[in-house]
Design a protein around this ligand. Structure first.
Ligand code: GDP
Length: 436
């Protein structure tokens, strides 16, 4: 429970072994006692006390640790509600932490990301955001702009000093400095998005090449399949796997699994369609057979995408290798495997990691944007910088330039939540689960 009155509500249902007056209880203490209703003991519990402002929400807070179980928890929750508490909205605890100024909007958003993280790398990145690294970066950029704004105000207020040219030069220098910083943040989203959503990966290949064997081998290696959800646009299943910390979203796994007989097996047209929205295509060929017309069509599909070619069934006698005349242009990304024997998968994973720079990203030091709302605002700030450059080039008066610079500041303020509408705040917190 959080809020000024939460200890009063607690008092009505909790009898601690050592009774103390509210003002004598220190924050960060745990009290042992019983939840009691009409003289009956409902549960034996521990209650943690947090006193404003030193709590998650910065308000008075308490947490009841019950033995758990649906019946008990619901009972105690009902007792809290009957005695004056109300159920929190989704994300309301974090929302209060934001509204009370303990964290900014970016940090609040990263709370959801930390909770929903599917790989350790993603959790680490979100945790860094929660700690405020990204916020600090944005704040630094804002400060550079503000410094120049102060000079501009002086120029506007005291036109007789005629320092407009000097100020304009300062503006240009400042823009040249913050522009690449924002660009870096913007491009970090490419990795951030993959980190958060997984590398959308399609396995294609003609019937009997070994697609389902590969799929099974991959799924077997993943020690924690986190989600399995029906795709929204097609009736396909997408599976998220975490392999050596690489988040991979396998698309159309249903298509592979359900293809049991020859007629049903995935045709080239279907492969084309699947390949269209993949970040990575794994094309699998049966190395015991010469490449067929269909295989060549597959090569044609993948040539303009990020791809890895697997020559499968290497436990048998292979008749093709990377020197095959059709494969020569592709030889950099060819890996030999035996899907049936789980052989060569480690090289597949290292290749993916290398292709998506995952091994190069330093998750400890780099600031990575994973949130689309934040990324869009950074893109807007970059566009607004270009507009400022243009009005300067067009010799607009300084007060007009100032107006355009303020747009950049507004974009940055919306990221951290200093200037953001209530609707957007509500939208952000609606994504939270209850009680967070
Ligand atoms: P799909 O039609 O592309 O999904 O291919 P499957 O995974 O169903 O494999 C077709 C046949 O090839 C099956 O009989 C598999 O057991 C066999 N197969 C798949 N991978 C290998 C492999 O690495 N070595 C051998 N010897 N057989 C394989």
């Amino acid at each position: 429970m959080s809020g000024k009155e939460c200890f009063k509500v607690l008092d009505k249902i909790f009898v601690p072994k050592n009774v103390q007056r509210e003002e004598d209880i220190k924050g960060y203490t745990i009290k042992y006692g019983h939840i009691i209703e009409n003289g009956d003991i409902i549960d034996e519990v521990l209650v943690s006390y947090f006193k404003a402002p030193k709590s998650y929400t910065t308000e008075n807070m308490c947490e009841i640790n019950t033995h758990g179980g649906n019946v008990l928890m619901k009972k105690i929750l009902d007792m809290c509600l009957k005695n004056g508490a109300r159920l929190a909205e989704p994300g309301e605890f974090t929302k209060r932490a934001f509204l009370n100024g303990r964290i900014d909007l970016m940090q609040a958003e990263s709370v959801i990301d930390v909770i929903n993280s599917k790989t350790e790398k993603e959790a680490k990145t979100s945790m860094k955001q929660l700690e405020g690294f990204l916020s600090k970066k944005i704040k630094d950029i804002k400060n550079k702009i503000m410094d120049v704004m102060v000079n501009i105000e002086v120029t506007i207020d005291y036109p007789e000093y005629d320092v407009e040219e000097v100020t304009k030069n300062q503006i240009i220098n400042m823009l040249d400095e913050v522009y690449p910083e924002l660009k870096d943040l913007e491009s970090s989203f490419d990795n951030g998005k993959l980190l958060k959503e997984g590398i959308k990966t399609a396995i294609i290949g003609k019937p009997n090449a070994g697609k389902s064997s590969l799929l099974n081998a991959i799924l077997k290696e993943d020690r924690a399949i986190v989600t399995e959800f029906a795709g929204t646009t097609r009736d396909s299943i997408e599976e998220f796997v975490n392999i050596n910390g690489i988040p991979i979203k396998l698309i159309d796994t249903a298509g592979i699994r359900e293809a049991t007989d020859e007629v049903e097996k995935i045709g080239i047209n279907r492969s084309k369609e699947i390949a269209k929205d993949a970040d990575l295509i794994i094309a699998i060929f049966d190395a015991t057979k010469e490449l067929s017309k269909e295989d060549l069509e597959i090569l044609d599909i993948i040539k303009d995408k990020k791809y890895i070619i697997l020559l499968n069934k290497m436990d048998l006698e292979a008749v093709i290798d990377e020197n095959d005349k059709h494969l020569k242009d592709f030889s950099k990304n060819i890996i030999k495997i035996s899907a049936l024997n789980d052989w060569g998968l480690d090289r597949l994973y290292s290749k993916i990691s290398e292709m998506f720079n995952f091994s190069e990203i330093n998750f400890d030091n780099e600031v990575i944007i994973t949130n689309l709302r934040q990324k869009n605002l950074i893109t807007k700030a970059i566009e607004d910088i270009s507009k400022v450059k243009e009005v300067i080039k067009n010799e607009m008066p300084i007060d007009i330039i100032a107006m355009f610079i303020k747009n950049i500041l507004e974009d940055l303020n919306s990221i951290t939540g200093e200037e953001v509408s209530e609707d957007i705040i509500n939208e952000i917190f609606a994504k939270f689960c209850l009680g967070k």
